[in-house]
Design a protein around this ligand. Structure first.
Ligand SMILES: Nc1ncnc2c1ncn2[C@@H]1O[C@H](COP(=O)(O)OP(=O)(O)OP(=O)(O)O)[C@@H](O)[C@H]1O
Ligand SMILES: [Mg+2]
Length: 365
């Protein structure tokens, strides 16, 4: 039997349903702007990017909602003359956005011959795309690394146990106190190596599967950090109360957040501000998988920033900028976030360092 393209869709879906699903599913933010330059429609990606809802965004002047200086205005004028314009790597900070972002923007006119041309404004966040792709590759490398680490840990821990046992036996046989100093060193160093291997591999427990709210985790970490650092340290909270619970290991997630916050405190030498921020994200792709709902949580500090030569490597084990650091904190954090199906990214400049977690919310079966 012959099918043409349109009939391949089940009949219950109208053309409009299909268009709506396509727009809802797009990664790019799409706005439809009327001849009076007011926003008529925005898709979920646009709501996410501009941090506003369709209700709040529609009806506003597009130049207010998407402030990109003169460039967007120029593109709209070209559009009115029938030309499509693409603007590359424009800085954008909407009235409701907490931080500026870099976007590519295409303005194309559609003229249905009625009251003058409407414009389609397409926005895609550049640094996000580049960063996400890079992070996913990094994470895949890390996955391979974890497997090697696990195998290596096994190979190291078994003989370590043997060495420690033998040192203890030897210790009990030695009557010379000076010689026992050596066996004590062997025992102490094997313990240290053992602990290091445990941290390196994060113990590799399977992890609990419980339902918990990320705010409980962040609040616990905040209180703990405040007790540890009385005075000089300030916390700012910008929580989205509507974030849903996630499923995973509460204790591991607490460890992950604590590692980030401790680094921030160390970088600021206990003096400065840490901002905890949460948001709901819709329709996002994490590790090549599409999720209807995710939680974005960022931890931002006002410290001096990550040293430039460390920036690309901070998530790798044994990378540290501190004389007394082991360089395992962030490697472990990334491992934990990854076990939860999530992603961690970092942007840093002097005065503002942000670690952002993107955690998928599993749909109830
Ligand atoms: N918020 C931050 N500001 C500035 N530098 C940071 C920040 N977070 C991490 N770093 C840098 O990244 C390095 C790696 O961090 P990581 O937590 O993995 O290891 P560590 O803190 O050195 O040691 P550990 O956490 O194992 O005790 C740090 O040593 C520091 O140089
Ligand atoms: Mg650390």
């Amino acid at each position: 039997m012959h099918h043409d393209g349109a009939n391949a869709f089940p009949m219950k879906h109208s053309q409009a349903d299909i268009c709506r699903s396509v727009l809802d599913g797009l990664q790019a933010a799409v706005l439809l702007v009327g001849p009076d330059r007011r926003v008529i429609f925005m898709n979920p990606a646009a709501e996410g990017l501009l941090e506003t809802s369709r209700q709040r965004g529609c009806g506003r002047d597009v130049l207010d909602l998407v402030p990109m200086g003169m460039t967007l205005q120029g593109a709209l004028i070209s559009g009115e003359e029938g030309a499509t314009t693409t603007l590359r790597e424009e800085m954008l900070r909407g009235p409701l956005q907490a931080e500026a972002i870099t976007v590519d923007c295409t303005v194309s006119p559609i003229d249905d011959g009625t009251e003058g041309p409407c414009m389609i404004v397409e926005l895609s966040q550049v640094d996000q795309v580049a960063r996400m792709t890079r992070e996913t590759t990094l994470q895949e490398n890390q996955g391979a690394f974890s497997q090697v680490a696990r195998a290596l840990a096994h190979e190291i821990k078994n003989p370590l146990g043997g060495i420690r046992g033998a040192a203890q036996l030897l210790d009990s046989e030695l009557s010379d106190k000076d010689l026992r100093e050596y066996t004590r060193i062997i025992t102490h160093e094997t313990d240290r190596l053992n602990g290091l291997v445990d941290r390196l591999t994060g113990g590799y427990s399977a992890g609990e599967h419980e339902s918990f709210n990320l705010h409980a985790v962040l609040e616990h970490v905040r209180k703990l950090t405040q007790v540890e650092n009385p005075g000089g340290l300030e916390f700012e909270r910008d929580y989205d109360p509507s974030i849903p619970d996630i499923i995973g290991d509460h204790a591991q997630m607490t460890q992950a957040a604590l590692n980030i916050v401790r680094n921030a405190v160390q970088a600021m030498e206990g003096q400065g501000c840490i901002r905890l921020r949460t948001r709901v994200r819709r329709q996002c792709t994490i590790h090549h998988r599409r999720h209807r709902l995710a939680i974005e949580a960022s931890i931002t500090d006002t410290g001096p920033g990550i040293e430039p030569d460390l920036k690309e490597r901070i998530f790798f084990p044994m990378v540290t900028g501190r004389p007394d650091g082991t360089g395992l904190g962030l490697a472990l954090t990334r491992e934990i976030i990854s076990r939860h199906g999530g992603l961690i990214t970092c942007i840093s400049e002097p005065g503002q360092t942000s670690f952002t977690l993107l955690l998928p919310v599993k749909e109830k079966a």
